[in-house]
Design a protein around this ligand. Structure first.
Ligand SMILES: Cc1ncc(COP(=O)(O)O)c(C=O)c1O
Length: 394
């Protein structure tokens, strides 16, 4: 820049050439630049066409690459690709799987409501979709053998009944039939369970939840092999749904405390679940850490020792919507809001929100009763969470 330039030119370019300090910044930097310039045009061509360096932020971007590398490291995969939301990540993973009516997708019936809606939209009319009760081993094996799927889709811990499928067995059957396995690991996080260690091909996260952990960012990630990640990036060039750099930075910052938060949330959830079990106003408590949970042994076998997640579901005795609504309105510390995995405790009513679209009949068929609520236990002191539940129940 020279002083002979006019005001508007100066305003656009002033400060451009301050050099980056020689020291390394100790926290990640946010790179908002959408496009990159090079001294030699050959380098720009290499960046555009050979993925050597950055060219345009829908193709790749440094802050996002840092997040992708962090998730790949935690999940134990070769690479990862970030998306603007968990649903964006799931859409990317499904689109890349090559699902056709001949080679359909077999999906867990009780996947997250929007995932259920997405596979229905993408595959139901062409007949490329089969739902299965994912904790019924015989039914899963029979569906894989019968339909010869291209992909099997499931969640590590289902929502809101917190069922735990036998992922190693399902993966073995799927691979024998030539199918890939796509696991949504949002509820467990790699702190509890790394699907890749059990042969899973594609791991998906709504990073909006535990990975970021503070309720202030919408993000998604697919962690997988280098080859698949490359294909996902090429696909993302036309699909878009890219994560922004500030959201990537927030997610990365959240990940720094994932271990601390999960440890606290699992310990709190166990205390809350045990307390709820002793309350006459509670008809049923669902928590994988309780010995009466149907998948307790699988949780013990698969998850980090003595960790069972931060989600607790419970059924208010003799309650339907009006009673559940009054209970939710009485909560003071726990917030009635439709997300999970945050440092704050959040309570959700599946019949009203996550599973509303199923309709009552299908919802009840799936075992999600009118009095069932789902608590995402935060990192507040467990005694205060319990005191809040106690006063609301009173
Ligand atoms: C298990 C699971 N997967 C995916 C999603 C979708 O994530 P997002 O809201 O980030 O699109 C959610 C959201 O609640 C979820 O609970």
């Amino acid at each position: 820049m020279t002083t002979s330039q006019h005001f508007s030119t100066q305003a656009v370019h002033a400060g451009d050439h301050v050099s980056v300090p020689a020291g390394h910044p100790v926290s990640p930097s946010i790179y908002p630049a959408v496009t990159y310039t090079y001294d030699h045009m050959d380098d720009l061509s290499a960046a555009l066409h050979e993925n050597v360096g950055y060219s345009y932020s829908r193709y790749s971007s440094p802050t996002i690459a840092m997040l992708e590398q962090a998730v790949a490291t935690l999940e134990g995969t070769e690479d990862a690709v970030a998306y603007a939301s968990g649903m964006g990540a799931l859409h990317g993973a499904f689109a890349q799987a090559g699902i056709t009516p001949d080679r359909p997708v077999v999906a867990a019936r009780n996947v997250y409501g929007a995932t259920y809606a997405l596979v229905n939209k993408l595959y139901a009319t062409s007949g490329a979709l089969r739902f299965v009760e994912i904790t019924d081993r015989d039914a899963v094996k029979a569906a894989i053998d019968k339909y010869h799927p291209r992909a099997v889709v499931l969640e590590t811990i289902s929502n809101p009944l917190l069922k735990i499928p036998d992922i190693p067995a399902i993966t073995q059957w799927s691979h024998a039939a030539g199918a890939i396995v796509i696991v949504d690991n949002t509820f467990a996080t790699p702190y509890l369970y790394r699907p890749i260690d059990h042969g899973v091909d594609v791991v998906v996260h709504s990073a909006t939840k535990y990975l970021s952990g503070h309720g202030d960012v919408l993000a998604g990630v697919v962690a997988t092999t280098a080859t698949r990640a490359h294909e996902l990036r090429m696909q993302q060039r036309s699909f878009g749904a890219n994560l922004g750099p500030f959201e990537a930075w927030l997610t990365l910052r959240g990940i720094r405390t994932l271990g601390l938060r999960m440890r606290e949330q699992c310990a709190n959830a166990m205390k809350v679940a045990e307390w709820l079990q002793a309350q006459p106003a509670i008809a049923r408590v669902i928590y994988p850490g309780l010995p009466d949970h149907p998948d307790h042994d699988l949780a013990r076998q698969f998850f980090r020792a003595d960790h069972f997640g931060g989600m607790v579901s419970f059924e208010l005795r003799d309650a339907a919507e009006p009673e559940v609504f009054r209970f939710m309105e009485k909560l003071k510390l726990i917030q009635a809001a439709t997300s999970l995995g945050d440092v704050y405790s959040l309570l959700l009513y599946p019949a009203q929100s996550s599973h509303h679209a199923l309709g009552r009949e299908e919802r009840l068929r799936q075992g999600i009763g009118d009095g069932l609520v789902r608590l995402s236990v935060g990192i507040e002191d467990a005694q205060d969470i319990i005191a809040d539940l106690a006063q609301a129940l009173r």
